[in-house]
Ligand binder design. Structure first.
Ligand code: NAG
Ligand code: NAG
Ligand code: NAG
Ligand code: NAG
Length: 302
């Protein structure tokens, strides 16, 4: 027999609460949706013809032909593909350098299970494009596009002790949040609101403009890395931990309020990292899908 309505409502409350607990991510990771979309919108513009065609062939129908629509996907499947959760970041033992052999593992100590290992993994899988393969290359592409974004978010290579800033509670202006979230989402949101007329697309256009203007001389430098093996993901992680130490963590303590001073000195770092991630994602995809020509060719804006 069904309980009367008011009792049913009472039963429903704990159930909903439990569901929310189960659904709520224990730690928020990755640039927010907007960060990932912006990285991929920039990358799309720098794909060679061949690479763009391969990307089109691999995208799921739901993407509507745009890479950027699937770039947040890896966050959505994170709790379903539980094993993929540690692939979004890497942690250091509270030091300002990243060492693959020391830092790239999951909580069970399995080697390579971090954002750097994941970028190399999915790059390698995509090299089998056009051949017989047991991998789902649609997923490989969606993972790769996401993780190249993540490795550029400074606090995705942060300290183990505070989970990349997740346990550092701060106020962003008047709103309570944590330091990791400030770098994933808040700085971007505030920039979009204050500088870009509340439009993400306007921000993307501004970043693209800077890539053909003020940053154009830097692009060649962004494309190079010491380690020529597979990808330069290791170097991107090293850059991120440096930005974490010099910008993200700098002068921050528990319960601090972060406002204009922090925002105005940090948003240029966020903008640069979004642009770098876009350029480098295109570079990796061009190398994979346009292999023979890629090595000695500079990126071309189409
Ligand atoms: C590599 O990709 C496969 C397929 O998605 C996955 O099972 C494995 O955990 C990945 N490993 C790393 C280090 O990314
Ligand atoms: C590949 O992965 C996508 C996304 O998870 C899925 O929709 C698709 O059905 C998979 N394809 C195959 C052949 O399993
Ligand atoms: C800002 O966006 C609004 C619509 O959202 C538009 O009407 C306005 O012209 C925009 N302003 C500028 C300076 O682009
Ligand atoms: C982008 O370019 C504009 C105009 O040149 C400049 O004012 C701005 O500082 C640049 N942004 C970054 C993050 O370099």
């Amino acid at each position: 027999m069904a309980p009367p309505p008011h009792q049913r409502a009472l039963l429903l409350f704990p159930l909903i609460f439990l569901l929310l607990l189960l659904l709520a991510p224990p730690r928020a990771d990755a640039w927010g949706k907007e960060g990932h979309i912006m990285v991929c919108k920039i990358a799309e513009k720098y794909l060679s013809e061949k690479a763009a065609a391969a990307v089109q062939a691999l995208l799921p129908e739901s993407a509507g032909g745009e890479l950027s629509t699937v770039c947040p996907w890896a966050d959505e499947v994170r709790w379903h593909y539980h094993w993929s959760s540690p692939l979004h970041y890497a942690n250091t033992p509270q030091v300002c350098n990243f060492k693959y052999s020391r830092d790239c593992h999951n909580s069970r100590g399995e080697k390579g299970m971090c954002v750097v290992g994941a970028i190399n993994n999915y790059t390698e899988q995509l090299y089998s494009y056009g051949q017989k393969t047991s991998y789902n290359l649609t997923e490989s592409l969606m993972f790769l596009a996401h993780f190249v974004g993540d490795v550029h978010q400074p606090l995705h290579v942060g300290y183990e002790e505070d989970e990349g800033g997740n346990t550092i509670i701060v106020h962003w202006y008047r709103r309570k949040t944590n330091l990791h979230h400030v770098w994933d989402v808040s700085i971007i949101d505030t920039a979009i609101k204050d500088f870009y007329n509340r439009s993400m697309d306007t921000m993307v256009e501004a970043l693209k403009m800077n890539l053909t203007g003020g940053w154009s001389d830097d692009i060649t430098h962004w494309e190079n890395c010491k380690n020529k093996w597979a990808t330069c993901a290791n170097d991107y992680a090293i850059e991120s931990i440096h930005y974490s130490c010099n910008y993200a963590y700098k002068d921050v303590e528990q319960d601090i309020t972060l406002g204009d001073d922090y925002f105005f000195t940090r948003y240029p770092v966020v903008e640069k990292r979004l642009a770098q991630a876009g350029i480098r994602l295109a570079l990796i995809l061009n190398r994979i899908f346009d292999g023979d020509k890629a090595d000695d060719r500079l990126l071309q804006v189409q």
